[in-house]
Write a protein that binds this ligand. Structure first.
Ligand SMILES: [Ca+2]
Length: 278
């Protein structure tokens, strides 16, 4: 009996040391989770307990088996999101679409809003530009601020990024004019971090890598080919493989029928290809 218990303990220890919890199955949530008249998915954020998604009109919370756990409507353009130390950070654009039908992200103002795990507002700060694309690394929020110069829908090389203290939301560094070597349309779409690097997904020009990989000082250290403009995040570390971080990306599934609009998304995993990892 004693030997059996010892063997059992050894087996449990080996399982704990070797590894990794099984990844949740890729899934497509039911359409009831989303705002049916909202936009495509703008961003996703992972916690161990839930998966969050944003549409232009608000936030959505899902279980890892795809159940709808809550929604919060927001009055202005809700962009990319990130989860950090138990809070959900949201990049917002305050542009007036009636006056700005082309949706140029270099006009208008922005906000960074913070919510608790149940989507209750906690704090926020105004920003002098629209913001979209948000990730946190070492208590610093990295935030996309669109193209440096208008009109940003025209292919351009320079996009602006800001850095903010995650707790106080104070801007703590000079803005970065980022050129990762390729033209982009609009600014950053999604930012995420594996705790070491920042991954930025762009609408890149044809043939260019869509992902720029930066170190914490915002130096470009690599690129990857992946179209992921509707939500990209790193899975919590308990689900990483031996090769390192596992990413999750969202692709919107949207019906266009005006009488029965609906939105959901297909969620899939992705791992950066080795040769292009920093
Ligand atoms: Ca993000």
């Amino acid at each position: 009996m004693k030997n059996t218990l010892l063997l059992l303990a050894a087996a449990c220890l080996a399982a704990a040391c070797s590894g990794h919890a099984s990844l949740p199955e890729p899934f497509t949530p039911g359409t009831e989770a989303f705002f049916p008249e909202g936009s495509h998915i703008q961003g996703i954020a992972t916690s161990e307990d839930a998966l969050y998604a944003s549409q232009d009109c608000g936030l959505v919370k899902l279980s890892w088996t795809g159940e709808a756990l809550g929604r919060r409507e927001l009055p202005v353009h809700t962009g990319d999101i990130c989860w950090y130390k138990g809070e959900l950070y949201v990049s917002m654009a305050l542009a007036d679409n009636a006056q700005d039908p082309l949706g140029d992200p270099t006009s208008g103002k922005g906000q960074i809003l913070v919510f608790d795990k149940d989507l209750n507002p906690v704090r926020g700060v105004d920003v002098d530009r629209r913001v979209d694309g948000i990730a946190c690394l070492d208590d610093v929020l990295y935030v996309g601020m669109g193209a440096k110069e208008q009109p940003s829908r025209i292919p351009h090389r320079i996009n602006l990024f800001g850095r903010f203290d995650a707790k106080t939301l104070e801007e703590i560094a000079p803005r970065t004019e980022l050129d990762y070597g390729y033209d982009t349309r609009y600014g950053a779409q999604n930012l995420c971090s594996d705790g070491k690097s920042i991954y930025i997904s762009f609408y890149a020009v044809e043939g260019a890598p869509q992902i720029a990989i930066l170190d914490k000082d915002m130096n470009v250290v690599g690129t990857q080919f992946l179209a992921a403009n509707q939500g990209l995040d790193v899975m919590p570390a308990k689900w990483w493989g031996k090769e390192g971080p596992v990413f999750i990306k969202a692709k919107t599934i949207k019906t266009k029928a005006p009488e029965t609009p609906s939105v959901t998304c297909k969620l899939d995993y992705w791992t950066p290809s080795k040769e292009e990892r920093p």
